[in-house]
Design a protein around this ligand. Sequence first.
Ligand SMILES: Cc1cc2nc3c(=O)[nH]c(=O)nc-3n(C[C@H](O)[C@H](O)[C@H](O)COP(=O)(O)OP(=O)(O)OC[C@H]3O[C@@H](n4cnc5c(N)ncnc54)[C@H](O)[C@@H]3O)c2cc1C
Ligand SMILES: NC(=O)c1ccc[n+]([C@@H]2O[C@H](COP(=O)([O-])OP(=O)(O)OC[C@H]3O[C@@H](n4cnc5c(N)ncnc54)[C@H](O)[C@@H]3O)[C@@H](O)[C@H]2O)c1
Length: 467
Amino acid sequence: MRRIVIIGGGPAGYEAALVAAQLDADVTVVEADGAGGACVLSDCVPSKTFIASSEVLTGYRDTEEFGIDSDGLEAVTVDAPAVHDRVKRLALAQSADIHAKLVKAGVNFVTGHARLGVDTLGHTHQVIVNPADGGAEYAVDAGTVLIATGATPRVLPTAVPDGERILTWRQVYDLPELPEHLIVIGSGVTGAEFASAYLAMGIEVTLVSSRDRVMPHEDADAAMAIERVFRSRGMTILNNSRAEAVRRTADGVEVELSDGRVVAGSHALMAVGSVPNTAGLGLEEYGVAVARGGYVTVDRVSRTNVPGIYAAGDCTGVLPLASVAAMQGRIAMWHALGDAVQPLRLRTVAANVFTDPELATVGVSQDEVDSGRTPARQVMLPLAGNARAKMAGLSDGFVKLFCRPASGQVIGGVVVSPKASELILPITMAVENHMTVDQLALTITIYPSLSGSITEAARQLMLHEVE
Ligand SMILES: Cc1cc2nc3c(=O)[nH]c(=O)nc-3n(C[C@H](O)[C@H](O)[C@H](O)COP(=O)(O)OP(=O)(O)OC[C@H]3O[C@@H](n4cnc5c(N)ncnc54)[C@H](O)[C@@H]3O)c2cc1C
Ligand SMILES: NC(=O)c1ccc[n+]([C@@H]2O[C@H](COP(=O)([O-])OP(=O)(O)OC[C@H]3O[C@@H](n4cnc5c(N)ncnc54)[C@H](O)[C@@H]3O)[C@@H](O)[C@H]2O)c1
């Protein structure tokens, strides 16, 4: 029986463990916190649960337009401790579910810290476990080790979070009440999602964005559409602004920008990226290649340069998504245990930003098409013309489709709309299965439906081909 030790119990680690157990390996997962890792306990799951509460408030916006009399958002109050309790409860419940699943699969789950040890007895590898229960450190031999240690919020030395006024995204759920005026620093996906959720909760939000638009790595049309929505709902967005320092004041914070301006608010949320949890793991001593920024270097089957040592998830910096982390972890185990394995393909990974409206993408990007790297025809269809969107009072979103110029094969798409995370699936399936715009266009969709805009976009590309 092959013995596998996995360091880290997030999506990369626990999904790998389930695969390895299924293949009859003897699996130990060492996790410093709880099953599900940071994804479940402090990052993805809590933030999406918090956003779910903010979406309830969104339902109270513009009710008059629908002929519903209400006192509007002003009359709705948010019970912050109740919202935060729900966030934590759901995260713990999800963690418990994952723990139960692992135990049922026969995985040995150890709470504690682990690092690579020096193998003096000539075993393949050795992992040193420091259990959280205070017990003595011990060594575990392993034929295969998977490093799946994730990442931690980046801290600027001039803006150190204190958990009260200057916060990481992991600390917001401990606030006794919602901020009065939240300054979000960093307009990547994390910053944009929190700015959107707090705005929906009726909080004054200032977003400090170091670039000329929010979400600089996302589709520009989509990011600008969302920035317009944010501004129209009253968010202050400071473009081309870097935060130099954040200080506590008597009753709040002040953020000093690099051009000398100072912005005052009640709280600051630092969303300036993450750093991989790779220090102290003994990687360098062991000869495992670590790239700039501390990311473990891996190939497309999650191998590091040291035979038998694999790495997966955010600690590799390949693509920091839970879905990708999980697939990297599974691939590592399929490869290590000699099962059939397809190397990681990032081309068909769908991603979603949970702002209001949401922004979902898959396949080629507008940048790749504009630069000529990928020849494509495209169409962008505003949702404003969709009957279902009109009924729901939606005017901001769109569907964008990319296809190969000659064959019409669907190679990418963007959706900006409520629940874009669900609407991207047909485009993802088309990309994954090399479908053409004709095949998409001939699919009969529900009338009226937002998904009708996807087939309509495909029909427009079909017509274009005929011209
Ligand atoms: C605010 C936020 C929202 C997000 N939302 C989404 C989303 O909606 N969808 C999505 O796909 N992705 C989302 N992500 C990204 C997603 O959370 C990560 O890609 C995912 O958590 C990566 O999984 P992982 O297994 O690599 O690491 P993690 O989930 O970080 O787990 C790693 C675990 O390893 C443990 N660990 C570290 N060092 C050791 C050690 N030495 N010994 C033992 N244990 C150790 C840590 O305690 C941690 O629990 C979000 C990220 C953030 C920050
Ligand atoms: N919905 C999701 O799937 C989801 C949600 C959150 C995060 N994630 C994943 O995590 C990754 C990282 O996202 P992120 O937003 O946490 O980090 P990021 O690194 O993408 O964004 C951080 C932003 O902060 C800016 N910044 C840095 N220092 C600054 C300063 N001093 N002042 C102002 N701005 C500053 C950077 O320029 C950058 O734009 C994403 O690419 C995504 O893969 C996914």
